[in-house]
Design a protein around this ligand. Structure first.
Ligand SMILES: O=C(O)CCC(=O)C(=O)O
Ligand SMILES: [Fe+2]
Length: 365
């Protein structure tokens, strides 16, 4: 049976953070409802000013406008940091997403140091990116505290589990990352309906906050799909229209596991625009709150064995990037033998489980 891919607007809940302190309980309930149902929602009336988001997009544009050889001074490493272009192959499609991206984190390790664009190439990049990242992290903390309470864990479980203290603790085990994305322009080209700017995948972090630009739609989500079953066939995809000021938020695989599957990590993808649509480049900024390298992930009902953030990432990266890792001789984090044994019957879902049965196209340049 050929894949039936239906796109229907079944809606994604919008949650207002207005009067956060006095409406805390109400907001918590709305977050829990959205995250246990669709796994995706948008946040409005949040504290991040539009100008800050616009400035972050300008920063991304400044970086992506540099010549390729300058951007390639900070190549993607096996630890989810650095720059890549046409190199992220999604298991769901089998071809690289037609895009370029730069990922950076809070760590001050050598792994991370070498991934920051140099001041002489992109002045003040690091300073400005970090200040935006801190702002998004602060908002994430408020949301993650409500989720921890909502699933019956101590309030700070997900924040202590993702945020390394800036002083005192080992901030170098932070794995949270900001990913700047630029999908290539494809003016005048038609790759058909089954070609994607980002192939279907679920995120492997705790919570993703995604910033998009008006007029640059394309994100679609596939709610209600159990991500441990076959991927994407006959499912209903829902477009999320970009709304100025709204932040798209989704639950990742780590939070799904940490909540004993109460909260849903949902497949999503980015469509490639066809003639008649906006085929210019598309920018987005994804902030991925990930479990710290040493944080232990386990839900209140212990549905899954324990796994650390570092091991979780290593497994996800290995599964998703095996070929790329081999080719580039990249090294990722270590996974202990006992973790492998304890987790052998469980899957890190990451970016899809099966190659999609759709025709592939050559990535746009
Ligand atoms: O660019 C987007 O809108 C989505 C990106 C995404 O899903 C990802 O990078 O994980
Ligand atoms: Fe994603």
């Amino acid at each position: 049976m050929p894949a039936v891919i239906e796109v229907k607007d079944v809606g994604v809940p919008q949650i207002s953070l207005r009067d956060f302190e006095s409406r805390r309980e109400e907001i918590k309930q709305q977050l829990m409802d959205a995250a246990s149902d669709v796994g995706f929602f948008t946040l409005v009336d949040h504290p991040i000013p539009l100008e800050r988001v616009d400035a972050a997009f300008q920063l991304a544009d400044r970086f992506f406008s540099l010549p390729d050889d300058v951007k390639m001074k900070t190549p993607m490493n096996g630890k989810n940091m650095g720059y890549e272009k046409n190199a992220q192959i999604r298991p769901s499609t089998g071809y690289p997403d037609p895009k370029e991206s730069l990922q950076m984190g809070f760590q001050e390790t050598r792994d991370q140091e070498v991934c920051w664009p140099k001041d002489e190439d992109c002045p003040k990049f690091r300073e400005d990116a970090l200040s935006f990242m801190k702002e998004v992290r602060d908002l994430s903390i408020n949301v993650m505290q409500l989720f921890a309470e909502g699933v019956g864990l101590p309030k700070d479980t997900f924040t202590e589990g993702t945020v390394s203290p800036d002083d005192g603790g080992d901030k170098n085990d932070s794995m949270t990352t900001l990913r700047m994305l630029k999908y290539h322009a494809c003016e005048g080209k038609d790759f058909g309906p089954a070609y994607f700017r980002a192939g279907a995948h679920a995120d492997f972090d705790v919570l993703t906050l995604l910033f998009q630009r008006e007029g640059q739609d394309g994100l679609e989500v596939c709610p209600g799909k159990d991500i441990t079953t076959e991927f994407g066939k006959g499912d209903v995809w829902t477009p999320i229209k970009v709304e100025r000021g709204a932040i798209v938020v989704n639950v990742g695989d780590q939070l799904k596991r940490w909540s004993d599957d109460r909260l849903q990590s949902t497949f999503h993808r980015v469509r490639c625009p066809r003639p008649g649509e906006n085929q210019q480049a598309r920018f987005s900024l994804g902030f991925f709150n990930q479990a710290r390298r040493e944080a232990v992930i386990q839900g209140p009902a212990k549905l899954y064995p324990k796994i650390t953030g570092g091991e979780f990432l290593a497994q996800a990266m290995k599964r998703n990037y095996d070929a790329a890792m081999k080719k580039n001789q990249l090294e990722t984090y270590e996974v202990k033998a006992e973790t492998l044994e304890a987790n052998k019957n469980y899957q890190v879902s990451g970016t899809g489980l099966e190659r999609a049965k759709v025709p592939t196209a050559v990535a746009a340049a």
